[in-house]
Design a protein around this ligand. Structure first.
Ligand code: HEM
Length: 446
């Protein structure tokens, strides 16, 4: 496993528990008496050709955040990415974001000071030099296979017609503005952003902790625009997890263990700018599911909608989950066994000139809010704000998500039950070699 080289004392979360009692006082936190035993199964590599969290077997929890860059210089953005990379590498290996015996060093410390002198910024820290280097809630926890995946939105390249950082000419052609799809109900509070970070871990506290430390480091350079937490049962690849509709989700995904398939579908190759090689494009969609409506449907109708059997996950008419999806079979009356507008028919590569994406979704559950439905039984009242935080990766969104979803948005039977209410498109650069920072080649080549 690679380890971050930050030239400073390495305060491991486990080491903290076993040896550094004095530091507990520095951090001001109570800790459990025993450390978790080191477990090689609980870490995912951070450094490498590709960023983690893309072809990593999905962890059970996710915390996604989109950030807006506040008016700053290009060097400040690079400095932030350098600080984020160092902290991410430390946290992925089970360490605190920064050494515990140091004070928090926001990526661009001068900004906190500036705001303070101006006296107007409610978010400026009174004195960031006295802030703990880590908020402490992950002390003693396993790294829980934490991955942090960074992405760049169109706003990094230009915003409101302004080339803020001299990067406009570097915007990759594939980082398009997503078209408005039929039925889209995207709201600003869940959409867009100049930067994205997704923390995934097998422990929700580890995922949130990691994101929280990165947000603190961004003080004065970037502010959170929107966040989304998510969860999925984790069968360690032994079983396909079920989403909130009760169906297995991921059966016909390209195999993450097949490097050739990943090179074809997921990783940007020679066609992209050099900083994107080995990277991928992330499309996120916050998709609210009308669960109350769905739950009133007969299972047979739900199965027609998806095009698969609910309990086995097999294609309609077949018995096993991984039986081939046969779109040509008809019943005795000549009707297709898998309906013309079933979700899987419209989504399948065979219906889209071979187009494929790697789906890595998480369910979400954000409580209830008041909704008035216009379809029978014209129900009004509190309804779940729950659904699927759909994330997919691809080599090029124009030939991936956009190509596949355009027709689905119009014809998918599932549209009766789902509404896309947020999301974004982010270019996730290739991974960093130890000593580099994520996206370094973009900033160097200007
Ligand atoms: C709430 C929203 C959604 C739900 C509940 C959902 C659920 C499912 C389920 C149950 C399957 C069948 C099992 C599998 O192969 O994974 C599936 C397949 C698939 N879905 Fe979705 N999905 C949703 C949104 C989307 C969106 C927005 C896309 C965008 C392109 C998409 C693309 C696909 C693809 C490509 C397949 C595989 C089709 C095949 O080749 O058999 N899904 N989805």
């Amino acid at each position: 496993m690679n380890r971050p080289e930050d030239g400073e004392r390495r305060a491991s979360r486990r080491g903290f528990l076993t040896g550094a009692a004095g530091l507990a006082a520095v951090a001001g936190v109570g800790v459990r008496a025993e450390a978790a035993a080191p477990n090689p199964q609980s870490t995912e590599p951070f450094w490498g050709l590709h960023q983690g969290g893309i072809v990593t077997p999905a962890q059970s929890h996710s915390y996604f955040a989109a950030f807006d860059l506040v008016e700053t210089r290009r060097e400040d953005v690079a400095t932030l990415l350098r600080a984020w990379t160092a902290a991410a590498a430390r946290m992925a290996s089970g360490q605190t974001a920064q050494p515990l015996d140091s004070a928090l060093k926001p990526a661009v410390a001068s900004h906190a000071g500036d705001a303070q002198t101006k006296g107007g910024d409610a978010y400026a820290t009174p004195d960031s030099s006295t802030m703990a280097a880590d908020t402490g809630e992950a002390l003693g926890l396993s790294p829980a296979r934490l991955t942090l995946t960074f992405g760049f939105g169109a706003g990094l390249f230009s915003k409101d017609g302004k080339d803020r950082y001299g990067l406009a000419s570097r915007r990759p052609a594939a980082l398009v503005d997503l078209p408005k799809f039929v039925g889209d109900q995207l709201v600003d509070g869940h959409s867009g952003g100049d930067l994205s970070v997704q923390a995934c871990a097998d422990d929700p506290q580890v995922a949130f902790h990691a994101l929280r430390q990165l947000a603190r480091l961004a003080d004065g350079v970037a502010q959170i625009r929107w966040v989304q937490s998510g969860f999925m049962p984790n069968f360690n690849g032994k079983e396909t997890p079920r989403n909130l509709m009760g169906f297995r989700d991921g059966t016909n995904n390209p195999r993450i263990g097949d490097p050739q398939a990943m090179a074809k579908v997921v990783w940007v190759g020679e066609e992209g700018p050099d900083w994107m090689r080995g990277g991928s494009y992330l499309v996120a969609r916050r998709i609210r599911i009308a669960l109350e409506h769905w739950d009133r449907m007969q299972v047979a109708f739900q199965e027609q909608t998806v095009g698969r059997h609910k309990y086995s996950g097999a294609p309609i008419g077949k018995t096993k989950e991984f039986d081939a999806l046969d779109l040509d079979t008809t019943d005795k009356d000549g009707n297709p066994v898998i309906a013309q507008n079933a979700h899987v028919r419209l989504a399948a590569a065979a219906s889209n000139d071979g187009a494929q994406i790697l789906r890595r979704p998480y369910s979400y559950n954000d409580g209830v809010d008041f909704t008035a439905e216009r379809w029978p039984p014209w129900r009004q009242g509190q309804e779940y704000d729950a659904g699927l935080f759909f994330i997919c990766y691809q080599r090029d969104p124009r030939t991936g998500f956009i190509k596949i979803f355009e027709r689905m948005a119009k014809f998918d039977m599932m549209n009766q039950f789902v509404t896309h209410v947020g999301g974004g498109l982010f270019a996730c650069p290739g991974g960093a070699a130890e000593g580099e920072f994520i996206g370094q080649r973009l900033f160097e080549t200007v």
